[in-house]
Design a protein around this ligand. Structure first.
Ligand SMILES: *Cc1c(COP(=O)(O)O)cnc(C)c1O
Length: 432
């Protein structure tokens, strides 16, 4: 009935998230409201971690890709669950530092890290910096030299794999702003250069082929290509690559049309590919990193809205407007992403009419869900959009000077605010 396993309906016909009544949450904390089910986030962390233990002898580390939902709260959960962290900016790194995250388990990514960001990472002894390009390599070498340290690095490699997903979230092909390519020799050249440097140590290679991918095949192909490259580096440079970071991108269920693979299958299959290739090429079995983001938090989240104006334009379309929109969930306007919604105060109601759920921002593209079957909806109803735990809060904005909603975490019937609702005062804080 729902796309996420943690949602159900109680005797009053209210939507339940875990053991909490969504209507009560809306009443207590106001709307719009992000609600995160902590039990499900932790369960997802453990699925990955256990799979790494079972299928790869624990010789790997799961990094939570923080950009999916980066707060002190999510950093602390990742830490408590024994995961590492993938950060992509100084701000995410700062959040991790403030959350007391063990820095040796942090990988710092990005295609254009600034000097200040690299300095922050080096000063705080980030475990690995994933170097994207030659300019960054040289900059990092000088920063590490000044700090008097040797920085462990990996390289972002484009393995030339075409993952079947939205072009905005495809990253493994040669025409991508991320990383260095294999097929034109770029990747080999940059590593050849790096091994001669004094203040960086090449420990690994990294790839990330895209996001919201449902097939095992592209991940297995990428692992194979990367292992061949590790073999080539050994043969041609005598370089032993000890670490292989295979990125994230595992697809989740946003609507009933999506058919995700169980998360541990990825590790199971990729492990086989890596083991076989290591044997064939005569290289040591690398320590593996995997970086799931979306699949850890997306299905744990819902967003609650209150219904305002309803426009039934006869013969055209029925619009149901809610008190949020692209400012708290820009994924429709960016990618035309699909979602499902439920009337939280009448969650078992039959879906009888086609409607479009619109936001309140001054953009016609500000839609949450276009043409979805809904029950009769009335002013004041609470609508829950499902599977909003990833790339919603983290991509939110103050467009139209709309304050960001609060984030409430529920766990075993308890509910607590983990990010406060922004106020109008917050909006003008930096205005002079
Ligand atoms: C975005 C990103 C991830 C996480 O992707 P998901 O689709 O959220 O799993 C992992 N690694 C890198 C380098 C990324 O850029």
């Amino acid at each position: 009935m729902f796309v996420s396993e943690n949602l159900s309906v109680n005797a009053q016909g209210h939507l339940m998230i875990g053991k909490n009544d969504a209507v009560e949450l809306a009443k207590q904390f106001g709307t719009p409201l992000y609600v995160m089910d902590e039990a499900l986030i932790r369960k997802n962390c453990r699925i990955y971690k256990n799979a790494m233990d079972r299928y790869y002898g624990g010789q790997g580390l799961i990094l939570y890709a923080n950009k999916a939902f980066c707060t002190l709260y999510t950093c602390r959960i990742a830490k408590e669950e024994g995961l590492g962290l993938d950060v992509v900016s100084g701000g995410e790194l700062y959040t991790a530092i403030k959350a007391g995250f063990p820095m040796e388990k942090v990988c710092f990514h990005g295609n254009n890290k600034t000097r200040e960001e690299l300095e922050l990472a080096v000063e705080n002894r980030v475990g690995h910096i994933i170097v994207d390009n030659i300019y960054e390599l040289e900059l990092l070498e000088s920063i590490a030299a000044k700090a008097g340290i040797v920085q462990d690095i990996m390289f972002r490699i484009k393995p030339g794999i075409d993952a079947h997903t939205h072009s905005y979230i495809q990253t493994g092909q040669i025409d991508s702003k991320f990383g260095v390519a294999l097929e034109n020799g770029e990747a080999f050249e940059i590593i050849e250069k790096a091994v001669k440097m004094q203040n960086v140590r090449v420990t690994g290679v990294h790839c990330h082929i895209g996001s919201q991918i449902f097939d095992l095949e592209p991940f297995c192909q990428a692992a194979e290509v990367m292992m061949q490259f590790i073999g080539d580096l050994k043969d041609k440079l005598g370089l032993e690559i000890r670490e292989l970071n295979l990125g994230g991108g595992y697809g989740i269920m946003y609507t009933r049309k999506d058919d995700p693979i169980e998360y541990d299958r990825y590790i199971e299959h990729v492990s086989e590919v890596v083991k076989a290739a290591a044997e064939k090429r005569g290289v040591k079995l690398p320590f593996i990193y995997m970086e799931p983001g979306r699949s850890i938090v997306a299905s744990a989240g819902i967003t609650l809205y209150t219904v305002g104006g309803i426009k039934d334009i006869k013969g055209v379309r029925k619009y149901i407007s809610v008190d949020g929109g692209m400012c708290d969930n820009p994924r429709y306007i960016m990618y035309e992403s699909e979602y499902e919604a439920v009337v939280a105060n009448d969650a078992a109601a039959e879906r009888t009419e086609l409607a479009t759920i619109a936001g309140k921002c001054c953009e016609s593209g500000d839609i949450l869900i276009k043409d979805t079957m809904m029950p009769s909806v009335y002013v004041g109803d609470i609508i829950a959009v499902e599977a909003t735990g990833a790339y919603n809060y983290s991509m939110s904005s103050n467009y139209n000077r709309i304050p960001r909603p609060a984030v409430v975490a529920v766990n075993d019937g308890e509910a607590r605010v983990v990010v406060k609702r922004e106020t109008y005062e917050d909006l003008i804080r930096n205005d002079i």
